[in-house]
Design a protein around this ligand. Structure first.
Ligand code: PEP
Ligand code: MG
Length: 756
């Protein structure tokens, strides 16, 4: 067969012309199969598209009987075509009828053909069809032919895709870019709310118009420059201050760099250009292959490597696209769709306004999820195969009240959604009316409702939600969202801004809580078997005194001669508290000598996150001003259920007799030792949980802004003494689901728990 790279190029050139032609998709496809068959000297060239049920329909052919078009339909796993679709890998066979997967369809007249070459048509990672060439004679197709057909199938993917776009859909672009009915996807709620808008894919999309190289030399140079840019960006990431922190093993980043420098990857990309693709299209082709392999790979190690490769492809596409390659967020009408997303990236998108966020990543405590909550963007995560189910521009309803995503909803679903948005705003208006009122129970107990924050933009919420102050300021966020480690001055500036914006309301600064799920690439922490139980939080801070002292210094400097409240995370034994507090006092003394200023009032507290500390609180009486329960971590340690593992993270409830008895014991010890009681963490966002804590004597509850309204409403409607009596009675004699018992109790007290 007269086959070589220039022949591929001729084919690509011809294809480019076909793409540019006017005319309907079907006639284009007929044109394409003729072109492929003649250039590759094949007797047959056929295209099958995958339908929603997985069946493969013959939609164009040169060489098989024309009557078979739109008739021959192979079940999902039927025949060699089904085999290619299932494995997402090309297959070349010399004598197809002898292959066990062969399935004979008389209507096609394919009996005389022996040699078979099939490649998957891949789009956004999923198989959308199969491209086949066949020859009468038994022959072996070469590597280059397989490669060419794969390249062509990528172009075909774009043509086939337009088949789905009906003319009617094109005329009504408002909600029907691909026509309604993309189905529903399920996931975990990261930030509650409802949103609607057009999908913007975070991973770069290469438009079909950019597939072909007009000047091969120029494309090769662009690719080389792109690769240099990519390697430099990885080197920069590796250089960041890691050495100064003593975090030695950099194997993860090193592996990443090795991949980026792998000559066979670069060679494969250049090969794509030689066959007529643009630099972007060549990278896109590699990405589709990696994605397809990832989807069928089961081995965790292999999956991890393929993820890395796909990340590299995406990175390189961003480098090649420069500014132009960035996804465009249009005003506030977009829903961002991402496999994974860094917090800094999300912040960047959010500047242009976002209606929703969807992620494949499953951890509700991932940083992007936390930032989404800070910004109040309805968000759902843990959606399997998300990025293969949604296309750029699809209309999406993000129902982050139910954890459902409606892809290209029909009018009925859309109208129901609009009605719910109306109801939601009525509820919000009721909460807004409570803003200036205290969270005081019917029998006169005042509870402070505070805000959980970590970014200065969170502080907009202080007034909006009517919070009494900031009960948890997660200082590590500044570290997590910046590319390099924040310097002393950066830290001072942030803390001063926070204090200014709090305008006299109390702010509890929680010192650096790194490690566990809060991993800083710059720190190159060692990979641990159980990061939640590992070298994290106060343990890590006490072992990195330079870093820790710099932060304490920044806090003291920011406070000047005003009040300062500091809280240490994950203290497990009193000695950790003593060591941390001693460092803080040293910094105060040092600053006083340097600046002549020291905090007018100093309050120092501990977070109760490990059960052990609860049994040591009596030993800290007189030394600790307050205790704040970090429910997120406490829950995972109390019930031994990793908060990052979806199958167990929501299995246990804090509204449980064992947990409440423990929290009561801690409250009683603290009251005896004159230690103030508060709670931060996500649990108190639920009104029944907030009521339980209030009943146990915790008088300050800190939560996300969106929870303040509902919790205040519940507290203002309860007679706390009576509720407490009922709660204790039930704790003594639990019976069935304890949450249901508590909900029933709340209902008896007239509390609306419909949303709990
Ligand atoms: C907690 O563990 O409850 C907490 C508030 O800390 P973080 O969620 O930041 O670990
Ligand atoms: Mg914690």
């Amino acid at each position: 067969m007269p086959y070589n790279i220039p022949a591929t190029r001729v084919l690509m050139n011809n294809l480019r012309q076909v793409m540019a032609e006017d005319g309907d998709t079907r006639s284009r496809l007929d044109h394409v199969v003729r072109l492929i068959a003649s250039t590759m000297v094949a007797d047959v060239c056929s295209i099958y598209v995958r339908e929603t049920d997985g069946a493969l329909l013959l939609i164009a052919t040169e060489g098989l009987k024309p009557e078979a078009v739109n008739k021959t339909r192979l079940a999902a796993h039927e025949g060699l075509v089904g085999f290619v679709a299932r494995t997402a890998e090309p297959i070349a066979i010399e004598d197809a009828p002898r292959h066990p997967a062969f399935s004979y369809r008389p209507e096609t007249g394919e009996d005389p053909f022996h040699a078979f070459l099939g490649v998957p048509i891949l789009r956004t990672g999923g198989v959308t069809g199969v491209l086949v060439v066949q020859n009468r004679t038994e022959r072996a197709y070469g590597e280059e032919e397989i490669d060419t057909l794969q390249t062509i199938s990528m172009v075909l993917a774009e043509i086939v895709h337009t088949l789905e776009t009906t003319p009617a859909a094109q005329q009504a672009p408002e909600r029907k870019v691909r026509g309604p009915g993309g189905g529903n996807l399920k996931g975990r709620i990261f930030c509650e709310g409802l949103g609607f808008g057009r999908a913007v894919l975070h991973d770069p999309v290469v438009p079909a118009a950019k597939f072909f190289a007009t000047d091969m030399t120029a494309e090769s140079e662009r690719l080389n420059e792109g690769l240099i840019g990519l390697r430099a960006s990885i080197d920069r990431m590796m250089l960041i201050d890691g050495a100064a922190l003593g975090g030695d093993p950099r194997d993860v980043m090193e592996a990443y760099r090795l991949l980026a420098e792998d000559p066979s990857w670069a060679e494969k990309l250049h090969e794509g250009i030689r066959s007529g693709l643009s630099a972007e299209a060549s990278v896109d082709r590699a990405r589709r292959e990696h994605r397809a392999r990832l989807m069928s790979a089961r081995d965790p190690y292999l999956r991890e490597r393929l993820h890395d490769l796909e990340d590299l492809d995406n990175r390189l596409l961003r480098v090649l696209g420069g500014e132009e390659g960035k996804p465009k967020i249009k005003g506030d009408r977009s829903v961002l769709v991402a496999r994974r997303l860094g917090p800094a990236e999300l912040l960047e998108y959010a500047k242009s306004g976002l209606r929703g966020l969807l992620m494949e990543e499953a951890a509700a405590s991932s940083h992007a999820a936390i930032v989404a909550r800070a910004l109040g963007i309805p968000a759902i995560g843990g959606i399997e195969n998300l990025t293969t189910r949604i296309e750029q521009g699809d209309y999406i309803i993000v129902d982050a009240e139910e954890g459902t995503v409606h892809v290209r909803p029909d009018d009925v679903v859309y109208d129901a959604y609009k009605a719910r948005v109306g109801l939601r705003s009525e509820r919000q208006a009721r909460y807004a009316a409570l803003k200036g009122l205290p969270a005081q129970t019917l029998d006169g107990t005042h509870i402070s409702l505070m805000l959980n924050a970590g970014l200065d933009l969170d502080l907009d919420m202080l007034d909006q939600a009517g919070a009494d102050g900031v009960g948890l300021f997660r200082t590590e966020f500044q570290f997590l969202v910046s590319e390099t480690l924040p310097r002393l001055d950066d830290q001072i500036t942030l803390y001063q801004r926070v204090l200014e914006r709090a305008a006299g309301r109390p702010v509890v600064f929680r010192t650096l809580d790194l490690g566990g799920d809060k991993v800083l690439p710059a720190l190159n922490l060692q990979r641990e078997e159980n990061p939640a139980l590992g070298w994290r939080s106060i343990r890590f801070a006490l072992d990195h005194k330079g870093l820790f002292r710099r932060q304490l210094r920044a806090l003291v400097r920011a406070a000047g001669d005003g009040p300062l409240t500091v809280m240490f995370p994950m203290v497990t034994v009193p000695s950790e508290y003593h060591a941390a507090k001693a460092l803080l006092l040293e910094e105060i003394a040092w600053s006083a000598r340097q600046t002549g200023k020291q905090p007018s009032k100093l309050e120092v507290g501990v977070m109760l996150e490990t059960p052990a500390l609860g049994f040591s609180m009596q030993d800290l009486a007189g030394e600790v001003d307050f205790l704040s329960v970090g429910t997120n971590d406490l829950l995972q340690f109390f019930f031994a259920a990793d908060r990052m593992t979806p199958s167990v993270s929501e299995r246990y409830d804090l509204v449980d007799p064992a947990a409440l008895r423990y929290l009561k014991m801690v409250a009683d010890t603290c009251k005896a030792g004159n230690i103030r009681l508060s709670v931060c963490g996500e649990a108190t966002a639920s009104p029944p949980v907030a009521l339980c804590f209030a009943a146990l004597g915790y008088t300050s509850l800190s939560m996300a802004a969106s929870a303040i309204g509902p919790v205040k409403q519940a507290l203002r409607g309860v007679d706390l003494n009576a509720f407490r009596a009922g709660l204790f009675e039930r704790m003594d004699k639990p019976n069935g689901s304890f949450r249901n018992q508590v909900l029933a109790l709340a209902a008896e007290h007239g509390i609306d728990t419909a949303d709990s």
